[in-house]
Design a protein around this ligand. Sequence first.
Ligand SMILES: [Zn+2]
Length: 192
Amino acid sequence: MRRLTLLLSLFISVTFFAQAQQEDPRRYIDSAVHYMDLAQYSQADEYFMTALDKIDVLSADFCFYFGKNSFYLNKFSQSIDWLNKYLELKGSRGQFSKETLEILEKAEEAFRNNRGTTGSADVNAKFFYLNTISCDENELITCPVCKGDDVITKRDRFGEMLYKTCPYSTNGVLTCTEFNLLIQGNLKPKNK
Ligand SMILES: [Zn+2]
């Protein structure tokens, strides 16, 4: 009986661990950064895009990594947007602020030189991959933050479940404009 209990608890902890692993989308960022450091930027981009899909609130570091990787993929306008977002969040004293400014300068120069040839069309196309329907303002899009529930649940540090009304959506949906602002990190939370 004791053996069974032990086995059972082992099974539960393994299952829990596997689930926790699966549910932690930050590992996609780790993988992305790993590939970026190996100069495998397309590979890194795939992991970044998966992270973008799965993470509700993006960190400043993500903005830096994604902006840097975009630069190496010659997506200069996208790079500029995300690097500026990093600076907006971290100012000049962030861990990556200096490198951000360096890449930003190169990205802006490259963007000026490439204007008209490699336009910014790919930027939005890439962002809108989450939104496969055409971006019609009358169409409502399920909010990716609350997955349409209009409620966000998370556990506090004592493991208690907390429920909060989604600060972004109205009844779990966003307009196209709101959606695009959200994925660019520019949608302001409402006071609910
Ligand atoms: Zn929502």
